[in-house]
Design a protein around this ligand. Structure first.
Ligand code: NDP
Length: 332
């Protein structure tokens, strides 16, 4: 089977030459193991951080070794009790056509309950990030006004909709194109949205939320975080989920320049790691699954076809070519 290797560490924006698609032997599964033919693999912003050789909350990718990440596939050989050939599983060995792993590191998923790709997005890691980040870290309360950046992406689109479903007084989103802004308002029911490329974020946010905001869900950092600090009300909260505006930067960002406002407004800015919130998973799947079934929560996916286009999908994600979750479909 083929698998993607990182062959050079990107400096700034990754380029196709940093990656190589290589042929690899697929070993037979050992005791307790399964062999999986991957059907969908995820590309996620955090993978950019793992391409740098720095200590972080996840170890860096190794050079000349397969990349990894979320994937869903079908079991083609099993030496594990309780997992049968033909079962579908979610696991962590994406970026390759075939994965061989211990069955205890895989979760069985049901394609009759939700499309397989949904387990990488709306019902998966990004979905739980949105749910736990807004409700727990952001300490969302009914009646709050919420601003989310990266609002047309996998996490952001769910944050805005969960806020609405939970009784937000006003939900505002920002995204990088007029088309995405339209989707936020017309499809996801945001009260207001703006294209951050059309003018200063601070002014556009002030216009969209003249009375201020109670919660900011940050996917972007930089100028967005600075604008949110200006618009947050006294005792406002910010769930700091991501700072994608700086993942490819070679210099530290200038913003936020107004951090001192945190004092006078008694703001709480709290970082969020989805891995800390596994205890909410069941509640999340129940509640979001219900909203999906009754049509009150919507989602989009951008599907790129073929493992040979996986790097294109990843680079496209960083450039904003996706609306909703970016996934790669691997064909037989
Ligand atoms: P998205 O689906 O939101 O895709 C990334 C989006 O980021 C792009 O579509 C693009 O949309 C936007 N973007 C890219 N560059 C910029 C920029 N310079 N300024 C503003 N927006 C930009 O990805 P996810 O939903 O998977 O992730 C969203 C955020 O959440 C990321 O920051 C990610 O790192 C973080 N995250 C954190 C987790 C945690 O545990 N802390 C877990 C999962 C995700 P646009 O067209 O609008 O620019």
């Amino acid at each position: 089977g083929r698998e993607w290797h990182l062959v050079a560490r990107p400096d700034g924006w990754p380029v196709p030459g940093d990656f190589a698609l290589r042929e690899a032997e697929v070993p037979a599964p050992g005791p307790g193991q399964i062999a999986v033919r991957n059907l969908f693999m995820s590309v996620d912003p955090y993978m950019r951080g793992r391409m740098n050789d720095v200590k972080s909350y996840v170890p860096p990718f190794r050079l000349d070794a397969p990349l990894d990440g979320g994937a869903v596939g079908v079991v083609v050989a099993s030496e594990a009790e309780g997992v049968a050939v033909g079962d579908h599983v979610l696991h962590g060995l994406g970026w390759r056509e075939y994965a061989v792993l211990d069955a205890r590191h895989a979760t069985t998923v049901d394609p009759d309950v939700a499309p397989l790709s949904a387990y990488l997005g709306v019902l998966g890691m990004p979905g739980l990030t949105a749910y736990a980040g807004l409700l727990r870290v952001g300490a969302f309360q009914e009646g709050d006004a919420v601003f989310v950046s990266g609002a047309a992406g996998a996490v952001g689109s769910q944050v805005g909709q969960i806020a609405k479903l939970k009784g937000a007084s006003r939900v505002i989103g920002s995204a990088g194109s007029d088309e995405k802004v339209k989707v936020l308002v017309e499809e996801y029911g945001f009260d207001a949205a703006f294209n951050y490329k059309n003018g200063p974020v601070r002014e556009q946010l002030k216009q969209a939320a003249p009375d201020g905001i109670d919660v900011y869900f940050d996917n972007v950092g930089g100028e967005h975080l600075e604008a949110a600090i200006s618009s947050l009300k006294v005792h406002g909260r910010a769930a700091i989920c991501g700072m994608i505006a700086q993942y490819n930067a070679t210099e530290p960002p200038a913003a936020p320049r107004n951090l001192a406002m945190v004092i006078g407004k008694r703001l709480r800015l709290e970082g969020l790691l989805v891995g800390d919130h596994a205890d909410l998973k069941e509640q999340f799947v129940d509640e979001v699954g219900g909203w999906l079934r009754d049509g009150s929560l919507r989602y989009r996916e951008t599907v790129v076809d073929g493992i040979d286009h996986a790097v294109d999908a990843f680079l496209g994600l960083l450039r904003g070519e996706n609306t909703g979750k970016m996934v790669v479909r691997l064909d037989a």
